[in-house]
Structures are given as C-alpha cells and as structure tokens.
Design a protein around this ligand. Structure first.
Ligand SMILES: *[C@@H]1O[C@H](CO)[C@@H](O)[C@H](O)[C@H]1NC(C)=O
Ligand SMILES: *[C@@H]1O[C@H](CO)[C@@H](O)[C@H](O)[C@H]1NC(C)=O
Ligand SMILES: *[C@@H]1O[C@H](CO)[C@@H](O)[C@H](O)[C@H]1NC(C)=O
Ligand SMILES: *[C@@H]1O[C@H](CO)[C@@H](O)[C@H](O)[C@H]1NC(C)=O
Ligand SMILES: *[C@@H]1O[C@H](CO)[C@@H](O)[C@H](O)[C@H]1NC(C)=O
Ligand SMILES: *[C@@H]1O[C@H](CO)[C@@H](O)[C@H](O)[C@H]1NC(C)=O
Ligand SMILES: *[C@@H]1O[C@H](CO)[C@@H](O)[C@H](O)[C@H]1NC(C)=O
Ligand SMILES: *[C@@H]1O[C@H](CO)[C@@H](O)[C@H](O)[C@H]1NC(C)=O
Ligand SMILES: *[C@@H]1O[C@H](CO)[C@@H](O)[C@H](O)[C@H]1NC(C)=O
Ligand SMILES: *[C@@H]1O[C@H](CO)[C@@H](O)[C@H](O)[C@H]1NC(C)=O
Ligand SMILES: *[C@@H]1O[C@H](CO)[C@@H](O)[C@H](O)[C@H]1NC(C)=O
Ligand SMILES: *[C@@H]1O[C@H](CO)[C@@H](O)[C@H](O)[C@H]1NC(C)=O
Length: 839
C-alpha cells in the first residue's frame, strides 16, 4: 500500500518535472525573424507533406530531362517526404525565385530507394547558380549513396544569394547518367546569421582575421548538441539536426552531462554577443558537457572532441556557450582550445555579463594533413575554478573557389522565329504538318514518322510530284526462290517461343532461330505495328535484287496464311546504337575503339554508296539510323531495314504525299520540300556519324534547346571549333587529332542545309577512309591532304519573319510524349528547319 503510494508520488513528481522541462519558453528574444514558408519542396510529388515543422509543397519542377519517381514499397517508418524523388538523366536545374537578398540555408535530402531505377546507383554533382551572370558553384561532387551506411543523407549549405532567380543544377555523371533528390529546402536565414569575418586560426595556432565569409559557400560538416541528446527537425527552430557529442569525445572519461530547464535560459542581446534561439535552440543551450572535477588528475585536465574533416581545408567553427554551471559570475572563464596549439579565454562575464545567457564564438580554422580538427575546453589557470564546459558546436566547411566544370549554355536571347514558308497559306499548312508530327510522336517516338503531304493543288511553291515512289508492287517481282514454308519457320523458332524473342521494330517482333543449321533472325509482322504489306514487299524486293557485303542478307520470307515473315542472317553484335550507348543514353564505359567505329562508318557508307549508284536500280534508303546498321561477329557493318526505301524502278505514286523518316535523322530540306534525293540519306548518315562520335541519341530531352537535337548540337560545337567538347568520354585522347578534324569536316558537310551542298556517299566514303588512314598511320598513297575549311553555312534565307507568339509550336513547352517525363517538343526535334533553305 505504502509502496504503491510512493510510486504514485514519484510518478507525479516526474510528471511535474517533465512538464517544467517541456514548458514552452517565454519569448525572451527580440527578434523579428521567423522561419519562412518558402521554399520547401517535396520533389517528385504533386502533393504537400508535413515534415519537421514545415509543409513541403508539391514539386514545381517544369524543366526537361527529368522525371518523378516513387518508392514502390516504402517501409513503414520511411517519412512520406522520402517516398518520392525527382530523377535527372541530363544536367537540369531547379529554378527558384528569391524574394530577398540575404544568406540562405540550402538543404538537400537524399533517400536512396529502388523503383524502376535504383537511386543508390546515382553518381552526380550538384551546382548552384546565384544569378544569370554568376559562375556555377559546385556544392556536391561525385555524390553517391552507393557506399553509405545511412539510409538518409541531408546536405546543408549556406549561400548568400541576391534577390531574383536561383538555379540548382543536378548534373549526372557519365558513369551513372542518374541524379536524384527527394526534398529541397531553400530559405532565408536570420539577419547576421553568419558574419562576414571571423578570427582565423592557422595551423601554427596563430590568430589572424578571415574576411569574406559571406562570399563563400559553407557546407555543414558537424552540428553537435554537447552534453545532450539528438535534436531533430521536429523541434529545432530552423529544422536542423543536432547530434549528440559522445562519439566525438577523445577521452570519454572525466566528463559529465549537465542540463537546465528552458525557462532558466535568458536570451539577451548584448551588442552582437548574445545568441538567439534561431542561432541555436534552447535544447542546445540548456545542456552542456562539463569537466568532472571530482577527479582532478592533472593528466586529463580538459575535454577534447575530434572531428574528421577534409585535409588542407578551412572550416567555420561556431562554439555555443551558456553558463548555467558556475554559481556566480566570479568565474574567470574557460580556455577554449583549437588543435591543441591555440587557446582563448572565453569569459561569460565579459561577453554577456549574466548567468544562463547563451552566447557563441566564431572562428575560421585550418585543417592540416591529418584532416582533424580538435576542439578542447579546459579550466582557467586559476586553481580555484576547475570548471570547463561547452554547450554546442557547429563546423562548416568553407568551399573556396569551388566551381563546376559543367557550364550550361547561356539561354539564347529571344529571337524572331525564322520559318521558310512563303505566304500565309503555307503557314497554315505548316501548322497542320507540325500538329500531325506531334500526334505521331505521341504514339511512337522511336519509329519512323510519316507526314501526310498536302493535296497538290494547295502545295507550296516548289513542291513537285516526285518520279520515284515507294514500291507497292503487290505480288510483283517477289523472288519465289526465297519463299520459306511457314512450317519450317515454326520449327526454326520453336513456334515463336518467347525465350527466343530478341527485340521489336516498326514491323513486328524479332526472334532468333535456327534454319537449316544456320542461326537466323526472324522478323514477324504483328497486328498493331505500323508497317505492313508495302514495307514487307519493298524489303523483299530490295534485298532479293541487291546483295552486298555491307547489306544485311535476306535468307527468305514467308507470306503463307497472311503471315508476313522475313528471315535474315543473324547479326551477332546487334545494332550499332546498342554498341554505342545504353537505353538511358549513357555511353558504354569501354566502347568501341575509334578505328572500329571508322570501319563501321566506312562499311555503312559503302552500302549506301552501292544503293545510290547501283547499276540496275538506284535506291534511297530513307531511314538511315544507328538501329538500322547491324554488326556481325566481326563488327562488319550491314545496313538493314529497307521497308520505306524508294527505288527508281518503282512507278506507283500512292504515297507521294508522305514524308517518311526517323525523328532526329530526317533531312529538314526533304521535310520541307518533300523532294526525296539521295542527299537525304547523306544528311541522316551525318547524324549517324555524330552519334558514333558522341555516343548519344539523335534526340534527347534536355533543358538546353541546343542539345536536344544531335545534329544541332554537333553543328553548334563544330562552328565553335570545339567539337571535342561533346565526344564520347571513352574516346577522349584516343583519336588522332588530324583524323578527328577530318571527321568533323565530313560531319559538317553531310549536315549542310542544302542537299546540293552535301557530298555524295562516294565522297563521304573516300573522306572516311582518309580519316581512318590518318588515325592508323597507314597512308593511302593517293590520299592528298585536304585543307578545306569546315565551312558551315548558317546564313538563313529568310522569307518570313514571325513574332514568337504567333507560332505556338516553337515556344510551347507542352509535352508530346505523354507524361512519362520525356517531353521534347516537336519544335526542337525539327529545330533544324530553321536552317533549311530550299529555293
Ligand atoms: C539586393 O542587393 C542589390 C545589390 O546589393 C540591390 O541592388 C538590390 O536592391 C537588393 N534587393 C533587395 C530586394 O534587397
Ligand atoms: C551575380 O553573382 C556574382 C557572384 O556571386 C556577383 O558578384 C554579382 O554581383 C551578381 N550579379 C548580380 C546582377 O546580382
Ligand atoms: C569525380 O569523378 C570524376 C570522373 O570519375 C573524376 O575525374 C574526379 O576526379 C572526381 N572528383 C572528385 C572530387 O572525386
Ligand atoms: C559502413 O559500415 C561498415 C561496417 O559497419 C564500415 O566498415 C564502413 O566503414 C562504413 N562505411 C561508411 C561510409 O561509413
Ligand atoms: C563533378 O565534379 C568533379 C569535380 O570535383 C569533376 O571532376 C567532374 O567532372 C564533375 N562531373 C560532372 C558530370 O560534371
Ligand atoms: C600562421 O600565420 C603566421 C602569421 O601570419 C605565419 O607566420 C605562419 O607561417 C602561419 N602558419 C602556417 C602553417 O601557415
Ligand atoms: C577583420 O577584417 C574586417 C574587414 O576586413 C574588419 O572590418 C575587422 O575590423 C577586422 N577585425 C579584426 C579583429 O581585425
Ligand atoms: C542520434 O543520431 C545518430 C545519427 O542519426 C544516431 O546514430 C544515434 O543512434 C542517435 N542517438 C539517439 C540516442 O537516438
Ligand atoms: C565524476 O567523477 C567521479 C570520480 O571519478 C565519479 O564518481 C562520478 O560519478 C563522476 N560524475 C559523473 C556525473 O560522471
Ligand atoms: C582519478 O583518475 C585516476 C586515473 O585514471 C585514477 O587512478 C584515480 O583513482 C581517480 N580518482 C578518483 C577519486 O576517482
Ligand atoms: C588535453 O588533455 C590531453 C590529455 O592530458 C593532452 O594531451 C592535451 O594536450 C590537452 N589539450 C589541451 C588543449 O590542453
Ligand atoms: C563581446 O565579447 C567580447 C569578447 O568576449 C568583449 O570584449 C566585448 O566587450 C563584448 N561586447 C559587449 C557589448 O559586451
């Protein structure tokens, strides 16, 4: 009975004590600052979520080259904020509007979950741009959570930012092609949060004066609640995390933790010396670690904490004090020591002249070869006061001269859109064409596009019926010897076993099989695919009549029971694109050598030359692209896919009203004029050459307009004479400079705006062989040094100026590929049009 009464009493006392402890502090500080509501961003999510003491709003990201992802199966204790993220495949910025000049806290939250991609694989840099003319500051370099033991990493920076636009770039590395972020905080810190100068302690312990702190980026290294527990985002005034100090103690004995109640604390402003609860909260000042004077063994007459930091760097160190420990102000102060060779007396009496009044001291500290910063507190010389204590400690790295190697292109000044159509009628139809292109693209990005041409009565000047056309020779000229019975095909592919499925294209699914003991690729037309009978017949016609070492060879076909099946020799190494970069557009780490690449280009050029000049029939391929160049086991290039080719033999004019080709490879002149010549193949081949050099797709999503279209991108750098800036990283320093120059020259010529200025495939072939000989050093005796300059003609024959607003396609950032995050607009895909100039 008595026993339970005591327990009850104890409980009550405990409760009383707790309530005292948790009592909200009286508003002691005259500080008009409150934690702002902006910007707290819940990246990758449309909804707001509360985290810490703020609501993180839905992701406002509107740039390109990125998309939201969500943790498919978050564990129960994962905060909602960390269940979504935004991923980046290309350097892309978050753009934030700063209302006010000042020092800002920038915090990035990372939590690596696995969805369609594993965020832990990401390796990336983060850079900040303070204003349009400022260089990019590097905040994080080669950041990854691959080897991190922590599930969550929060990186924090202090930046002094002017009012206006603030850009935060996420820059994936070439290794991973992936960057991500789960949440972003960018908010104004209290006025005077960080001073512009502070006492500087160098390695010899000599005191100096460091000024210009505010023009540096500061990165949080440590934030310690000395003598107390962890303080979390939920309770800190600025949503900081303060970690308990014990793991940093060098000699964990002879110390004891002390604490006081919050309402004991007296936040006073005495000059600039007093602290506020935003500098550090009550929970930091209300706890301290004190030297345990009970054991006054001289051997351990101080408390020392050791912090691992970067070698040879500078750190901003802020020590927090609050003397609720000494009984009276007679205490002369404690010795605050840095790295064992600098000590300064910190006197609460002189600094703040009150007991239990929080204050702090700032230093800039050099770290040496050891990469350690040691902080100690020791009692004063006066033997009567064996007291030393510390309440809190913050260490922030000064990131001096840390600039990003990635430099975004300046946005082009808004210029008038040049479009080469005469008359307003033409304009109207240009809209229609664009609209159709966009609709098509929404359906299938990778496929060849078809663009219906206008009825000839309404055709633009210069449009004429072309004498060549796609074959639609139903039942005509199909080589019966190549016919293969359906039963044999079923046998070869084990009834189209899904295990033998290797890919699909515009025509249907492709299986690997064994026919008469030979490995074959079997392409079977399936309902729902765009290409059909016409393509089937064209393919058979072309390949049965034209055989060449660099053309894929057709073994046979099957048209039984309304099947449309094509059987080819099997190409061991797949298509050229897959040998250059992966599905994310990341170049292969150990890609093909330059020599191999040139040989592949030469092989493909040989094939195209043969097609263009073949004696009996001249053929325009019309769909030259890296996926239509296949490689056998020796990397011999074999051009394939003649489904939409045109031959001079065919005489039907059924689809003369249609522009065909693939996005990113399509000759803009052909697109405008609908007059197909073999020079359109030369243009597309020029894009393939760039792809081979840069190992990136012909079209990508990118916030940089210039970069979207590989042809534009290549010409952009070629014109600057800096094509080397964009080459495949695995080729850097591995190309003979003369060979490289020659190659750039070939690319420039192939991508000439006017077809008539482009070389023939024969010339291209010749030049490529020369580039190869320059690289390998094996000279062809008849190859004379060509000194032609790369002369790119950017002069634009302008027939019509349109104000930006009257041409919605150009400026519209609307997505054309649905909402899966790939949102390149049609205008960018066809931005080459600006260069086109048919007359
Ligand atoms: C920010 O600072 C710049 C230059 O120091 C000044 O011109 C501008 O008026 C300031 N803007 C605000 C909003 O304080
Ligand atoms: C842009 O930032 C740089 C570097 O911080 C600064 O020197 C410059 O004054 C800023 N310019 C404007 C217009 O704010
Ligand atoms: C980051 O990675 C790049 C490429 O792997 C390397 O060149 C660079 O030295 C690394 N930088 C740092 C600071 O580790
Ligand atoms: C992660 O933990 C392991 C074992 O606990 C340790 O050996 C390793 O150093 C830690 N890695 C990091 C980056 O802290
Ligand atoms: C990231 O920063 C490092 C410098 O620390 C640099 O070497 C590297 O090239 C940068 N990576 C990218 C993709 O810009
Ligand atoms: C520290 O500063 C003093 C005075 O400026 C100088 O003599 C000394 O060489 C410096 N020590 C180091 C390690 O830089
Ligand atoms: C340090 O430098 C700043 C600016 O250069 C100056 O205003 C300040 O008085 C200096 N402090 C000391 C203690 O010399
Ligand atoms: C304090 O935080 C650190 C780092 O997150 C963690 O390792 C530690 O367990 C926490 N301590 C307590 C008492 O929760
Ligand atoms: C202080 O040291 C004495 C003697 O070593 C020990 O008995 C006492 O428990 C210590 N106090 C604390 C709070 O650790
Ligand atoms: C003080 O510390 C020394 C060294 O560890 C130890 O030998 C001694 O017993 C301690 N004294 C007390 C009173 O605990
Ligand atoms: C702190 O005490 C340790 C152990 O006695 C000693 O090695 C060190 O020099 C002292 N540091 C300071 C700054 O007094
Ligand atoms: C602030 O602190 C310094 C050093 O601790 C002291 O010299 C100065 O008098 C203090 N200022 C005020 C207004 O108390």
């Amino acid at each position: 009975m008595l026993h339970s009464f005591t327990v009850l009493l104890l409980l009550l006392l405990l409760l009383l004590f707790c309530s005292l402890f948790l009592l909200p502090p009286a508003e002691a500080v005259d500080d008009t600052y409150t934690l702002p509501d902006e910007h707290f961003i819940n990246c990758g999510s449309k909804s707001s979520v509360t985290f810490g003491i703020r609501s993180f709003t839905g992701d406002p990201f509107y740039g390109k080259g990125s998309k939201p992802v969500q943790d498919p199966k978050p564990s129960g204790d994962t905060p909602v904020l960390y269940q979504t993220a935004r991923i980046f495949r290309r350097p892309s910025p978050y753009k934030l509007e700063m209302r006010q000049n000042g020092t800002y806290v920038v915090r990035l939250h990372f939590f690596a979950f696995s969805s369609s991609v594993s965020l832990a694989d990401a390796v990336f840099n983060v850079s900040a741009q303070l204003n349009a003319s400022a260089p990019l500051l590097l905040l994080l370099s080669n950041f990854t959570m691959k080897n991190s033991n922590e599930s969550t990493v929060v990186k924090e920076f202090l930046l002094t930012i002017g009012a206006g636009k603030f850009l935060l770039y996420f820059i994936p590395s070439q290794i991973s092609c992936l960057a991500f972020v789960n949440a972003i905080e960018v908010f104004l810190a209290p006025n005077g949060f960080v001073p512009d100068y502070a006492t500087h302690i160098n390695l010899s312990g000599i005191k100096g004066n460091y000024s210009g702190l505010l023009s540096n980026v500061l990165q949080k290294a440590y934030r310690i609640n000395v003598g107390g527990p962890n303080i979390t985002e939920e309770t800190d005034t600025l949503m900081r995390f303060w970690i308990s100090d014990d793991q940093f103690l060098l000699f964990p004995v002879f110390t004891e933790n002390r604490q006081t109640t919050y309402d004991e604390l007296k936040f006073v402003q005495r000059g600039a010396n007093g602290s506020t609860k935003y500098i550090a909260p009550e929970s930091v000042y209300g706890t301290a670690k004190e030297l345990n004077s009970t054991n006054s063994s001289k051997k351990f007459s101080n408390i020392t904490w050791r912090f691992k930091v970067d070698e040879h760097s500078k750190h901003f160190v802020r020590a927090h004090f609050c003397d609720f420990i000494t009984p009276s102000l007679n205490y002369p102060g404690l010795n605050f020591c840095i790295n064992g060779n600098f000590c300064q007396l910190i006197s609460p009496y002189e600094t703040i002249n009150q007991l239990s009044a929080p204050f702090y001291a700032d230093f800039v500290v050099d770290s040496g070869k050891s990469g350690n910063i040691d902080i100690s507190v020791a009692p004063p010389k006066d033997e009567r006061y064996q007291i030393a204590f510390l309440n809190g400690l913050e260490i922030m790295q000064l990131m001096e001269n840390s600039y990003s190697s990635f430099v975004p292109l300046r946005p082009e000044p808004k210029k008038k859109i040049l479009f080469i159509i005469a008359g307003s009628l033409g304009l109207a139809f240009a809209f229609i064409i664009m609209a159709v292109v966009m609709i098509r693209l929404v359906r299938k990005k990778e496929d060849a596009v078809e663009i219906p041409r206008l009825p000839s009565s309404l055709a633009f000047p210069g449009w004429s019926e072309n004498d060549m056309s796609t074959a639609r020779t139903v039942g005509l000229g199909l080589d019966l010897e190549l016919r293969i019975p359906f039963a044999e095909i079923l046998q070869a592919t084990q009834d189209f076993d899904s295990k033998l499925f290797i890919g699909e294209g515009g025509f249907g699914k492709v299986y690997v099989g064994t026919l008469h003991g030979k490995k074959v690729a079997v392409k079977r037309r399936e309902p729902g695919y765009k290409q059909g009978l016409a393509e089937f017949q064209t393919e058979i016609m072309v390949l049965s009549r034209t055989r060449h070492r660099n053309l894929v060879s057709l073994i046979g076909y099957c048209d039984e029971r309304s099947e449309m099946i094509l059987v080819y020799e099997f190409m061991e190494k797949g298509n050229l694109r897959d040998n250059l970069y992966d599905t994310n557009g990341c170049s292969k780490p150990n890609g093909l050598s330059w020599e191999k690449r040139l040989e592949i280009c030469i092989g493909s050029a040989t094939a195209l030359h043969h097609l263009h000049t073949g004696s009996a029939v001249k053929i325009i391929h019309r769909d030259v692209k890296s996926t239509n160049i296949l490689l056998d086991e020796n990397y011999t290039a074999k051009v394939s896919d003649f489904g939409i080719s045109k031959s001079s033999h065919s005489d039907l004019t059924l689809d003369n009203t249609i522009v065909k080709g693939s996005v990113g490879y399509l000759d803009p002149e052909y697109f405008m004029s609908v007059e197909l010549t073999e020079k359109s193949d030369v243009y597309s081949f020029g894009v393939v050459l760039l792809e081979v050099l840069c190992a990136r797709p012909a079209v990508i999503n990118s916030p940089q307009k210039e970069e979207v279209n590989l042809a534009d991108w290549g010409l952009f750098w070629l014109k600057k004479g800096q094509l080397e800036k964009i080459i495949d990283p695995s080729l850097v320093d591995k190309i003979n400079p003369n060979s490289f120059r020659k190659f750039g020259e070939i690319v420039g010529k192939c991508l000439e705006a006017k077809g008539s200025n482009r070389p023939t495939m024969h010339n291209v072939l010749w030049d490529l062989e020369y580039a190869l000989s320059l690289h390998t050093g094996i000279n062809r005796e008849d190859a004379g040094e060509s000194t032609t300059n790369i002369s790119l003609q950017f002069g634009l024959p302008v027939l019509l100026h349109l104000p930006t607003s009257s041409f919605p396609v150009e400026e519209n950032e609307q997505s054309i590929v649905g909402n899966n995050g790939s949102d390149t607009s049609a205008s960018e895909i066809f931005s080459q049009l600006k260069f086109a100039g048919p007359r």
